[in-house]
Design a binder for this molecule. Structure first.
Ligand code: KIV
Ligand code: ZN
Length: 518
């Protein structure tokens, strides 16, 4: 997989670990597996699949992703303690190619206040943790957390100890997103130049985006000798997020003249990866986001449109196709058959079993009855919606809502819970409130709605609505989504989808809370 090309850069994706640490981005195992498969299709070299000691969910994710994928290296995160490292090794047993990524804080502020450890003890922990990890797996990565605020001499001693004890990748995190590009680049260059043994290992960047510099810092790191970038799809991650995978990759691709580096990334898979992560986490992609934003290839002003018609290169530095953004295309209509539908699914990158195709086809026919034109985006929303709710214990069966100025706004709702039908009616302060009150009557709970957003999947008044919600219960947040031509049905589906995820969380933290009663 690695090439002998000295300018080849490995892409280490941490969407499933650092990305999942964003508040509200928690994902189920099935969702993580879907993202992992897409990351493999994208061609990432290393997937950080979780932090096995942190929860059974993370342990299982690393284990199952290791079973499922063949090509990428699967990585599990571990602090410097023996328990963490053994747990990571255990989770990685199923993986064909495995890596333990172990870390410890090295900055004065972290050592004093977070670890409450003296520098000499931290240095010992570096050697001890890397040696232990190396005794369990061949491939060990080591990170000095908060490296960019670490004293230079101490950082060098720690990096040297990690190299001596067997780390083959040294990752330099800008944990708090504090560095600026010239400084971060110089730090990488100096480490490579000064630390004994640096020539034997691969240096890696891991930049957070608190000052909006994560991508610039990562590229500065590569320009100064780093040959691995740690990043996430859509740049999701703690606080302001991590370096966005699609941005670092396309910067090296489009500006190969000044950034002469290569990656294995299949760039036409980028848009799909972005959409999948956004759909699963419920985190929308800002319209003007580089590479994958809705407006990234839209030209509004007359002058630009005129230029584009004469020659696309006037205002386009890369083609939409190169990142997988296809021109909106009319797909199928009411009369389209099963065969054409199946081919469309394949073209859109779905690999569904026969039963799932049959279900999706039925829903497509229903949609085509309601909607004159069915676009690619409609098919994607429809299939993603089905996948999001596939194994949910609570499902929306029927809904009737009275809305408008005459009031009162009411909702009559039927939910199935483990297959049994439950119905209730409720009033509300508006139709959305009425729908949510009816859900609460059937399934009482204390979760708080933190976020509710609706977006139209395509243009036109008959467009499907895609609703995302975020719920919080006892400090745990989950997101849910639903799509339908009726915004209120989509709302009910999204809310119920989130409730199902809360149920899964309750079962994990307190198995005795298996009962459905809130
Ligand atoms: O930002 C950070 O320091 C991290 C480490 C665990 C690598 O995510
Ligand atoms: Zn991080």
């Amino acid at each position: 997989m690695t090439t002998s090309d000295p300018n080849h850069v490995l892409i280490f994706d941490t969407t499933l670990r650092d990305g999942e640490q964003s508040p509200g981005a928690a994902m189920s195992l099935e969702e993580k597996l879907r993202i992992a498969e897409q990351l493999e299709a994208l061609g990432v070299d290393v997937i950080e699949a979780g932090f096995p000691i942190s929860s059974n969910g993370d342990f299982e994710a690393v284990q199952e992703i290791g079973k499922l994928l063949k090509e990428p290296i699967i990585c599990g995160l571990a602090r410097a303690g023996a328990k963490d490292i053994h747990r990571a090794a255990e989770a990685l047993q199923t993986a064909k190619r495995k890596r333990i990524h172990t870390f410890i804080s090295t900055s004065p502020v972290h050592m004093k206040h977070k670890l409450q450890m003296e520098p000499h003890a931290v240095l010992e922990a570096v050697a001890g943790s890397v040696s232990l990890a190396r005794s369990l797996v061949e491939d060990v990565e080591w990170s000095p957390e908060d490296a960019t605020r670490t004293e230079w001499d101490f950082l060098c001693r720690c990096v040297e100890a990690a190299i001596k004890t067997g780390a083959s990748t040294i990752n330099i995190p800008d944990t708090v997103g504090y560095a600026v590009p010239q400084e971060y680049g110089a730090l990488i260059a100096r480490l490579i130049e000064r630390v004994p043994g640096a020539e034997k290992v691969r240096f890696s960047t891991h930049c957070h985006n608190d000052l909006g510099l994560a991508v610039a810092n990562s590229l500065a790191g590569v320009a100064n000798g780093a040959r691995q970038i740690e990043c996430t799809i859509n740049g999701i991650g703690e606080r302001a997020g991590n370096a966005a995978l699609e941005e670092v990759v396309m910067a090296m691709h489009v500006r190969h003249d000044v950034l002469p580096f290569t990656t294995r990334i299949a760039t036409p898979q980028l848009a799909r990866a972005s959409k999948l992560v956004s759909t699963i986490t419920g985190f929308p992609v800002q319209y003007n986001k580089a590479i994958v934003g809705k407006n990234a290839f839209a030209h509004e002003s007359g002058i630009h449109q005129d230029g584009m018609l004469k020659n696309a290169q006037t205002y386009e530095i890369m083609t939409p196709e190169s990142v997988g953004v296809a021109k909106t295309s009319l797909v199928l209509g009411k009369l389209s058959g099963r065969h054409a539908f199946r081919e469309k699914l394949t073209a859109l990158g779905y690999d569904l079993g026969d039963n799932a195709i049959a279900d999706a086809f039925t829903r497509f026919k229903d949609l085509a009855d309601k909607k004159r034109y069915v676009f690619d985006e409609d098919i994607i929303a429809l299939v993603d919606d089905e996948m999001a709710r596939g194994s949910d214990r609570i499902q929306v069966a029927n809904l009737r809502v009275v809305a408008g100025t005459w009031g009162p706004q009411t909702a009559e709702l039927e939910l199935t819970i483990d297959g049994a039908v439950h119905s209730e009616a409720a009033r509300g302060d508006g139709p959305v409130d009425a729908v949510l009150n009816a859900i609460k009557k059937i399934f009482p709970h204390d979760a708080v709605l933190q976020l509710y957003q609706v977006h139209a999947v395509t243009e036109g008044t008959d467009a499907q609505a895609e609703v995302s919600v975020r719920l919080e219960e006892n400090g745990k947040t989950v997101t849910g989504r639903g799509a339908d031509t009726d915004t209120l049905v989509a709302t009910a589906k999204a809310y119920v989808n989130a409730l199902n995820k809360l149920l899964v969380k309750r079962q994990k933290t307190a198995p005795e809370a298996l009962s459905l009663s809130g």
